[in-house]
Ligand binder design. Structure first.
Ligand code: BEZ
Ligand code: MG
Length: 585
């Protein structure tokens, strides 16, 4: 029986218990619907048909103005429920009947896509018209797009393109993004191109960022009773290519400015949004941008620096302009010039990349709590922008300025723009967002709230880091659909599982946002289950040993309160793996 069918609908509506059950139901649904990779991409090979259904459904759930295609979920909501899908999404938690309607829409979308895969467009259109009153002419454009995508996924020219490029032949260019975001990335095997930095942020990115920032500030206000004084933002290059600058646009919204384009349509200036339109204070932002962002978006770094300075010198009350308040306070306490107190764009020294926090964590090379945050600042304390005389400084060391800016931060944030790579898939999320949070912890003497957005989700959802770790753990690491998909790849698959556990550990090291049950369940699923352990050690004993070693380290460093018995068992298994590997060498 589904959870929602067990709700007591006859009693007074909206009781606390029912509300909690609905909340839990939403979480279960969120895990179920989460799009996850169910295997690795093998270079040169087409993906399995089964893996395409979820992806096509996700593609179909977005409006595609460029293909003049309405989203399938919108069409279904309008015809089945006489409501917009947006309303159903928003009302879900509060209203059980809306939740049921939304589920009806989602199930119809699933059925139509499955039929499309099995029997083609006409069969899906007929089904939609008979069962959901959707006019075939309205739904035809989105299915034409899906047909195009399916067709392009049936062939793969990557190997051929690689060989041609090695021969020095011309490779056609193609945009970089994921399929859901931009289906025109297909076919793969092309020469991925970036975007013109002067187009960033695009109009669409700026509009989408508005909703995300509203949700972000609304959530912080709900949980803390006020807006954050300052936020630390992580900006990456590839993400801003894929989204045409959504992360950049979010920074501008937090400051309360909009981009202004010059006669050549280049975003080179900013216009201040008046406070009576903004309806909230301007939030101070400290931006740490990756080395890739710095290399690709020089003009954008200039725009961000300009935005901070435009806001810092406005004649507005301190309680409505946190940047101005902080600049003024710093000038007073440090005796520095306002232009120095308004430095907010930081990256690596020219020619340098990364924070190295990931390497230090992976190699277990830190002892003191402050080390990881200090390393982050050492690597990232190089300022980019223009001084009061308009001279640009490209990567000037500015450790004190960064220390001061981070000391006011109350929340850290990164925009997540893809379904393909999550916060435990790679070590870069914890090295950046975890690293900056750790740096704030010492300098501000508080643990910042940490948020991530789901910029691709229809409702621009904001999650805390702890929520995101739980979701990723349930949807991926502990999900048999995910790990069995990985194990099909043998040696590499075990390495992927181990890497998820190591990256989860990275979040413990930098933020302590990982619940004990995460490690307990990882140990139970992959190590204490004899059959699974046997599979792992046969396929890849090196990664199996690292995984067990990482669990022991998590316990040893106090990140995991484990049962003594489980630890004893893990120690024995670790010793056994060491013996096995010694025998191998
Ligand atoms: C970037 O696109 O900026 C980026 C990519 C991978 C790791 C870190 C940053
Ligand atoms: Mg803990």
């Amino acid at each position: 029986m589904k959870i929602k069918d067990q709700l007591n609908t006859s009693g007074p509506a909206g009781t606390a218990r029912d509300h909690r059950v609905l909340e839990l139901y939403e979480q279960v649904q969120e895990i179920e619907e989460r799009l996850i990779p169910t295997g690795l991409h093998v270079f040169g090979r087409v993906s399995e048909e089964g893996a395409q259904a979820d992806m096509l459904r996700m593609v179909a759930s977005f409006e595609r103005p460029e293909a003049r295609a309405r989203s399938l979920t919108d069409l279904l909501a309008e015809n089945l429920c006489e409501a917009s899908y947006e309303t159903l999404l928003k009302a879900g938690r509060e209203d059980e009947s809306q939740l049921r309607e939304r589920e009806r829409v989602d199930e119809a979308a699933r059925a139509a896509i499955e039929l499309f895969i099995k029997a083609g467009t006409e069969a899906a259109l007929l089904w939609l018209s008979t069962n959901a009153r959707v006019n075939p002419d309205d739904a035809r454009p989105i299915f034409a797009l899906l047909e195009n995508i399916s067709e392009q996924l049936r062939s793969n020219d990557e190997l051929n393109a690689l060989a041609r490029s090695l021969r020095g032949e011309y490779i056609e260019p193609g945009p970089g993004a994921d399929i859901v975001q931009n289906p025109s990335i297909l076919p793969t095997g092309r020469n991925t191109h970036a975007v013109n930095p002067y187009t960033v942020p695009s109009e669409i990115a700026f509009t989408r960022a508005h909703a995300t920032v509203d949700n972000l500030l609304e959530r912080h206000h709900r949980e803390h009773g006020r807006f954050p004084n300052a936020m630390a933002l992580v900006l990456w290059g590839l993400d801003n290519i894929k989204t045409q600058g959504e992360g950049v646009a979010q920074a501008l919204w937090l400051l309360g400015v909009r981009p202004v384009r010059d006669a050549m349509n280049r975003a080179t200036g900013v216009e201040v949004i008046p406070l009576d339109q903004l309806n909230r204070p301007r939030i101070d932002v400290v931006m740490t941008v990756s080395g890739i962002f710095r290399d690709l978006f020089g003009a954008t770094m200039g725009l961000l620096d300009k935005a901070v300075r435009a806001v810092a010198y406005l004649d507005e009350p301190f309680e409505m302009n946190y940047v101005r308040r902080h600049v003024s306070e710093q000038c007073e306490t440090d005796g520095c010039a306002p232009e120095e107190a308004a430095v907010r764009v930081f990256s690596n020294a020219p020619g340098n990349y990364g924070t190295n926090v990931n390497f230090m964590v992976m190699d277990s090379q830190w002892e003191l709590d402050d080390t990881l945050g200090d390393l982050f600042v050492t690597r990232k304390c190089f300022a980019y922008g223009r001084d009061g005389a308009g001279r640009s400084y490209e990567g000037r060391e500015a450790r004190v300025a960064m220390d001061r800016a981070l000391a006011r931060v109350e929340a850290a944030y990164q925009n997540i723009d893809t379904f393909e790579i999550g916060i435990t898939d790679v070590d870069h999320y914890f090295e950046y967002l975890g690293g900056v949070s750790k740096a704030v912890e010492k300098r501000a003497n508080l643990r910042p709230a940490i948020y991530l957005s789901d910029a691709l989700s229809r409702d621009k959802k904001i999650r805390s880091l702890a929520e995101t770790v739980r979701l990723e753990t349930r949807a991926k690491t502990l999900n048999p659909k995910w790990y069995e998909g990985m194990l099909k790849h043998g040696f590499r698959g075990v390495a992927e599982i181990e890497s998820h556990v190591a990256n989860t550990f990275g979040w413990s090291a930098t933020t302590d946002a990982v619940d004990d049950w995460v490690y307990t369940e990882v140990a139970r699923t992959f190590v204490l289950d004899e059959e699974m352990l046997e599979r792992l050690r046969t396929l890849n004993p090196h990664s199996a040993r690292s995984l067990v070693g990482r669990l022991l380290e998590a316990e040893g460093r106090g990140f995991w309160k484990a049962e003594a018995e489980a630890i004893e068992k893990l120690r024995q298994i670790f010793a056994g793996l060491e013996d096995q590997l010694e025998g191998l060498t």
